[in-house]
Design a protein around this ligand. Sequence first.
Ligand SMILES: [Zn+2]
Ligand SMILES: [Zn+2]
Ligand SMILES: [Zn+2]
Ligand SMILES: [Zn+2]
Length: 714
Amino acid sequence: MDDISQDIQEKYEWLYGSSITFMEVLHAAYRNKNPNAAFFIRDSSFLKELPSDLNHRFRQDDEFSRRQIQLYKENVKKRFPDQVFTYKPEVESVDKTSSQVKLTNLEEFSNQVLTFFKSAISKIYPLEEVQPEVEVTLMDKLEEEQNLFIDYKTELVFGRQIEIDKLKDCSNDNFQKDCLSEYGGKNDDKSYEELKEKFKSSDDDELLKLILAEPGMGKSAVLAKLVQKIQENDENDLFYHFVPVSATTRESSIIIKRMLSFFIKDEKELKILEEKLPEEMIISLLAYLRKNPVKKRTYILIDAVNEMRSSGSHEHLNWLPPTFPKNIHCLVSCNTVHQHTLRKLAAKQPLVFSLTPLDKESVLNIIDYYLGMFNKKLDSHQKQLLSENDGASTPLWLRLACEELRIYGDFNTLSKKIELLPNDLKTLIEDILKRLQTEAAIENRKALNGTLCLLYAARTGLSEDDIPVLLGSENEPIAPLVWAETRRLLKQFLRIIYETRTGYERIDFIHDSVRLAVKSVLLPESKDTIKWHYKLANFLLNDAKKAPFSVDEIPYHLEASYQRGKLLDFMRKNPLSQRIPTYDRAQYVNNLKCTSFVHSNLSKVKSHSEIEMTVCHICQTGMKGGLNPIFNRPTEACYICGQWLGSGHLNKNKIYMCMQHSNMYRHNCVLCNSFQGSMKQKDNNLYVCHQCTFGYKYNLCNYLDTTNESVEES
Ligand SMILES: [Zn+2]
Ligand SMILES: [Zn+2]
Ligand SMILES: [Zn+2]
Ligand SMILES: [Zn+2]
């Protein structure tokens, strides 16, 4: 009992003097009347066949314990009448020297166990699709995912009580002002005022609040704890969104939709809002909330905005208002290293709360707790040594370091091992990766490295079924045993994500720091990743069943592996590409543009016809394929994003070529390259829409360069 830390005793309401097994039963089954618990009670009649000196090995010696167990069995039978089974073993043999007793007649027992498990599993996961009475919506599923993530994250949070209380209290005094001045912030009051104007901020609004923390500091875990804290009573209302949960939850559109459906219960009102653009949705939501003020204090928590899919784009976080109507406290979290996100947030001049490193006491508690789960402990000198490492105040560092020590085999050099632990998270992860590489058997090493590289390139995780196929050779996945070993070695770096939209389970890294470490150990140069993108692009394109769900990833990998021709083909011919938002389509195709200057001043060029981009009369009909998969006439669609522009001239901008490309195409069709000579058709110009001029109007060459194909798979 004294071996069990105070923390665990409190967490599980430990009954003084009871064994771990007893507490396991009590906590996991008895207290919550778990329908999945089965109790197997051994009939003691076989004891009569045993030599009496061996009896003590199967029953308690003292009367008190015997009585306690008897009582315990009776209670279990009362509470779980259908879940208690008895079995009647017989003695098969007794080894005189070792006193080993071998029991037999256990078939009945093993059958009971198996049957019980099977029926318990089929209750939760019925084999036949049972249509639920109420249809489970995407929003419900997303919420379930969020809650699972919170459970996963809060498991290992210690201390942090003061921080969590301060965040819950949310008074402005707990936050700092002007923290992000190096990213703009206060220095740009004009755009701040414009922003407030846009979102119709009022004077008594609550300011946006930002939780800032170094990577691995446990942002998500603290926010998850905060969620639980706020939920302890129903004085407050709470909306929360953890961005890192899955690929779906990284989308700004999903965050906004979830937020809308949290605040607006009126279906009709909701429908109208959901038609709008992201920023307009939020502006309308704020207007709605000003008209219908919230009754309770309401929190909006959004974790890890730096991990959103938009985090590299200009539009990133444009929808996030700088202030919220009275009584609505919006807290977002971000790491201290994603510059673009920090600049975007600085423009909103948020109040800042910096998450500081763990205090010493929490560090010591975590060490005890983590190693205690495996019945291990460090002596006080070793504990001191570990807690004095600068890295120890970072929760993720501490957890990984404890795991390293737990599996370290040589007790005599353990202290030395602790001394040599690097003091920063990235190096620690790199060291572990290098250790795994040397530990893996030669035949497994390739799979180990391959898995890490694939997950790095995949950016949103991969399905467990796909990785062995991707790592195998032609039609031959790697052996299940090799994959199982790889999976085991990498266990501490991987987590499973249930992808709501697709129903697939995906594997991804537990944390962005792992991704960064993989890059520096295995993919130090940017060209190293090309072959993995190449593999993924072609794999996803050829998997007809999964392609619809990975439609966003296909152009991403095609671009990253420089398969420019295939990328353009995908956008123009593959019907799946219609699912890609117009803005993203435009970005991908625009990146293929030649972009040399057409002419510094187009109005000075005498004849435009030489540099105008035109098509032949056959291409013009759309017969040979268009600029999008729905075969609009090329002259009626945008050359870049492919959207239909109509036959009129509204919102259409003629496009031109640079000197080099007009030399190649002035007599030829831009699409099929057939010779036109001077027979150029009337009205056969190509156009781009207003958005796809990207502000340059006529000045840049729009010729799409699809040469420079990727180096073949090495
Ligand atoms: Zn002209
Ligand atoms: Zn366009
Ligand atoms: Zn050009
Ligand atoms: Zn043509």
